[in-house]
Design a protein around this ligand. Structure first.
Ligand code: ADP
Ligand code: MG
Length: 336
């Protein structure tokens, strides 16, 4: 009974989301950290998934507001965030491709959402660790050099693989944050299952991407190799921005090939995946410039329209091929 209701709900949610056909955008506001004064907050009200940012200049105070599919305030718990994303994450089991990427300046809480804090307890785990009940996984081509593809058979295996990934990830210190992550991190989970009613093989894949900090380079006062690296990271983020802009303007040419990041995300951004961009912002007054540019970027992402998400199963491939054959035959018949 209960299980069935859940299942029905999930199907309904997927249908509704498919109809929307655009990238979903969520926003999470980090709370003030211990020792910080909340007096300097730039965040106004956060009702109805709208977030108001107050800025002060010599012309006086002004309020800018932004609306997203979902806004989580500073008091939202990991459970709350995860339970909202669970149907999306579970749809990978129904054969959909899912991509969740975390965007925001360094220190805004991206890694907290995606992986949880360093000292993981069960309650504070981020999205990555609750990824899924893995039924089975297939070895399929991954387009990232140096990425290892490890067959997993349980959730615990995924956590182990992720721990290795975290160790390998370059983390260096910049003036902005001594735990600043200068690299993108991407976890891809492939799932293969069988539809119990139709017997069709379902293949789903999920990218969980924790992007490097989106702040402008000059701010973090890096030099030498660090600067080169920072510029490189910024280039891939600006390539992402260019791709989003072309998709938003429905340009015929979308410059996916300008960076490894956009190549990797190509199927998720322009294709038939279910994509969620999770933007993160810091509440402090001195972050307001980055906060506004993050929210403007997010606003632009929200206008990108995708094709309806599609299940990867053998029957839909066959159906598509049959349709193609029919079209070609008709074209041939017209010529004759
Ligand atoms: P980023 O990955 O964007 O650079 P982090 O996830 O490392 O940022 O977060 C920066 C700091 O803020 C960390 O100490 C983290 O534990 C803390 N933090 C971030 N988001 C939250 C939150 N929602 N609740 C409590 N602490 C948070
Ligand atoms: Mg991080």
């Amino acid at each position: 009974g209960y299980h069935r209701v859940l299942e029905e709900n999930r199907k309904l949610y997927n249908q509704v989301q498919d109809l929307k056909g655009s990238i979903r955008v969520y926003c999470r506001v980090r709370p003030f950290l211990p020792g910080q004064s909340s007096f300097s907050s730039t965040i106004g009200n956060m009702e109805d998934d709208t977030i108001a940012i107050s800025t002060a200049s010599r012309h006086g105070k002004s309020l800018k507001s932004f609306t997203f599919n979902k806004v989580f305030g500073p008091s939202a718990s990991q459970e709350e965030v995860f339970s909202d994303m669970q149907p999306l994450i579970r749809s990978v089991l129904d054969g959909f491709n899912v991509c969740i990427f975390a965007y925001g300046q360094t220190g805004s809480g991206k890694t907290h959402t995606m992986s949880g804090p360093r000292d993981l307890t069960e309650k504070s785990q981020g999205v990555n660790y609750r990824a899924l009940e893995i039924r089975s996984s297939s070895q399929k081509g991954l387009s990232v050099p140096d990425a290892s593809l490890v067959p997993v058979s349980s959730t615990l295996d995924v956590i182990d693989v992720m721990k290795v990934g975290h160790k390998n990830r370059a983390v260096g210190s910049t003036a902005l944050n001594d735990r600043s992550s200068r690299s993108h991190s991407c976890l891809t989970v492939h799932v293969q299952g069988r539809d119990l009613t139709s017997g069709a093989v379902l293949r789903g894949c999920m990218h969980l991407v924790d992007l490097a900090g989106s702040e402008r380079v000059d701010k973090s006062e890096v030099t030498g190799d660090r600067l080169k690296e920072a510029q490189h990271i910024n280039r891939s983020l600006s390539a992402l921005g260019d791709v989003i802009a072309s998709l938003a303007h429905k340009n015929p040419h979308v410059p996916y090939r300008n960076s490894k990041l956009t190549q990797l995300l190509q199927d998720s951004l322009g294709g038939q995946a279910k994509t969620l961009m999770f933007v993160h912002i810091s509440p402090e007054a001195d972050a307001v410039g980055e906060t506004i540019s993050t929210l403007k970027f997010a606003e632009r992402v929200a206008t990108v329209e995708l094709g309806a998400a599609r299940v990867n199963n053998d029957t839909s491939d066959v159906k598509e091929l049959k349709e193609q054959v029919a079209t070609l035959k008709a074209a041939l018949a017209r010529k004759e």
